[in-house]
Ligand binder design. Structure first.
Ligand code: NAD
Length: 308
């Protein structure tokens, strides 16, 4: 059995060493392709492998077509919008993610970015505190739940909206107030932290109308995906509402323009770094390797995201 670790942006060494240990202990061969710069390198590497572990790497229909022996792809991370699910499903290739393994890292970054912005990007001058402010959690999944808990730790009043979690008890046991609509969340909260996946339904769903509803001085925090933002709408609302701020871990396509136009009211990390902690690397990497071994040895498919 041949397992490919394909990471254009490599894991910390301790994490890739962990993958090797698990894969080789199971009696499989590990092939590593790191820091590749051209798609052709990936197409060549996948030719004879049975399994692939990826991070943000793109597993397109072309990659799937080139991988004649492929049985499973594990995205070491939460979002799997970088895998062509339809192409994988058509060939009955199992696609999994490793939910929850990097959530704490992302949640810490979301809170850190809020404070960074509240303190004027750590430049001299009078800032503000997040204590006592209203925090809206847009999607109450693995990351959203931790941001909610940390927000409460900072003395924020926490609200959440997630149409797939309708049992109010889920929120109330965490001291979080559920709201009935996404509009209500954005109208109420001084900070909205976005944790929705990028899907056909959510892409560009955070638009001018929604953002216009935010209260004076509000801040939007995006550690999810750039695709969920309607960038034209964001630019328009930032131009009209000079009190609003936007901070993101995933630079917008038009980030250079946003930075030029709105200066201190916008911030993007230089490169997506939500999951870039040693701890999250190790958690996600080991989970990915273990899931592959469990799949081949026991048919375990708990984290499969495509069905047929
Ligand atoms: P998750 O799967 O645990 O939670 C996603 C939540 O979104 C679920 O509770 C689901 O019910 C909810 N949801 C789906 N569609 C929705 C909609 N239309 N409106 C409101 N809620 C909706 O995922 P997670 O681990 O919490 O991660 C959230 C997202 O963050 C991922 O999809 C990924 O894109 C992104 N992410 C980014 C980084 C980073 O490095 N910045 C790292 C991990 C995850």
């Amino acid at each position: 059995m041949k397992v490919l670790l394909a990471t254009e942006k490599p894991f910390a060494k301790v994490a890739s060493d962990g993958i090797r240990e698990i894969v080789e202990k199971a009696g499989y061969e590990l092939v590593v392709l790191e820091k590749y710069t051209d798609k052709s390198e990936l197409l060549k590497a996948v030719a004879d492998v049975d399994a692939i572990i990826i991070r943000s790497d793109k597993v397109t229909a072309e990659v799937i077509e080139a991988a004649k022996n492929l049985k499973i792809v594990v995205r070491a991370g939460a979002g799997y919008d970088n895998v062509d699910l339809a192409a994988a499903t058509a060939r009955k290739i199992v696609v999994m993610n490793t939910p929850g393994q990097n959530s704490n890292a992302v949640a810490e970054l979301a809170i850190g970015m809020m404070i960074f912005m509240a303190r004027n990007k750590f430049t001299p001058g009078t800032g503000s505190e997040i204590h006592g402010k209203r925090l809206g959690i847009h999607a109450y999944g693995n990351v959203g739940k931790i941001v909610a808990r940390y927000g409460k730790g900072f003395g924020m009043e926490v609200y959440a909206y997630d149409p797939f979690i309708t049992d109010h008890a889920v929120y109330e046991k965490d001291g979080v107030i559920p709201v009935a609509s996404v509009e209500e969340l954005y109208s109420k909260c001084d900070y909205v932290s976005i944790h929705i996946p990028a899907t056909e339904q959510t892409k560009k769903s955070i638009n001018f109308d929604l953002l216009s509803k935010m209260p004076k001085g509000a801040t939007i925090v995006n550690t999810a995906r750039k695709e969920v933002i309607d960038e034209e709408g964001l630019a328009k609302v930032l131009a009209e509402r000079t009190d609003l701020k936007y901070i993101t871990d995933i630079a917008a396509d038009m980030q250079v323009v946003l930075n030029e136009k709105f200066g201190n009211r916008v911030f993007a990390t230089p490169k997506k770094m939500g999951a870039e902690t040693q701890e999250a690397n190790v958690n996600a990497a080991l989970a990915a390797a273990n899931q592959i071994v469990a799949f081949f040895t026991k048919g375990e498919n708990r984290f499969q995201v495509n069905k047929w």
